[in-house]
Design a protein around this ligand. Sequence first.
Ligand SMILES: [Zn+2]
Ligand SMILES: [Zn+2]
Length: 372
Amino acid sequence: MHLRADLHIHSPFALAVSKHMLPEQLLASSAIKGIQVIGTGDGLHPTWRSLWREHLVNPEGICVVPTAEVEGLHRIHHLILMEDFDQCGALHDLLKPYSSNIDRNGRPQVKLDGEEIAAHVHSVGGMIGPAHAFTPWTSLFATYDHIRDCYGDEPIDLLELGLSADSSYGAGISELRQVPFLSNSDAHSPQTNKFGREFNLLDVNDLTPRAVLSAIREQRILMNAGFFPEEGKYNRTACIECLHQYTLEEAIAHHWRCPVDGARIKKGVADRARELTDGPSSHRPPYLHLIPLSEIIQRVLGTASPSAKKVQRLYNEFISRFGDEITVLIDTPEDEISIINPAVGAAVQALRAGKVELHPGGGGSYGSFSFR
Ligand SMILES: [Zn+2]
Ligand SMILES: [Zn+2]
């Protein structure tokens, strides 16, 4: 069966996460968004696991996969997928001697390098790879040029692209040729313009975490979907204070200091991926670029926020008529969308036709879009 999976989110036990990020709300958001497989996020946190326990079997029929993110040495973030909570508990116990906050912080810091963390993950039967691999602060490629430099002899099982990249960014990096790419939301809120904003379409044999992990391991990823990379916060090289964008050559000439205000210039994901590209592009599953429906409606109605009442009322009308958001974005015929609101119908059609103008983000500020 073909299932949409979002395998990286966070709990209220991690930094800067909405207190509404609770299992009941996440399951409701999954059904509204059209996500059938959800990663728990923060699966090493004992209380978060106990909150999930009674929802592993749920009326929505959503498959709950234990997942976690840890911050290893050099502040590199690793994404971990597991088959059950026993594996989470075993990994927690293995990492605890190296972490001072594993029982408090949903995304714990662990004083181990990638190779050591990966060895522990593999010893309990889990899968691991770099999270948001190209971002300039807390990622593998922020610190290293090669997977081996971080993970040594331990193989990686996946690579998460991050919001500022799509599969084309990693396709020409030869050492990633056999590594499955994942696209996940990394959501800190259950709102449907955050949760499920990126997902993977997987060919899964049954509705169990083990089958989901097998699908990734065996490269049965049919499609990645998510942001246009330009919408991400770190797509372009830019000053972290004034957000002025620079070419790679300009940034080097300025020694990574902004000539306007002296603040730091951060290398964008697009430039970083281009630097690492060393060969022809390998074949990758198609990448579908999407914009959350509530942000499309916001743009059409001209409101300040996608959570405005007017936006939510119209959004709910679409969900009750067509079932879920991703169906509306991908499958529902334009004329049926237009019966509810012609301008939204035209905007969704523009998105499908790629008639979207992008204003790239950088320096920590999201990009934006307009319809042509
Ligand atoms: Zn992270
Ligand atoms: Zn500046």
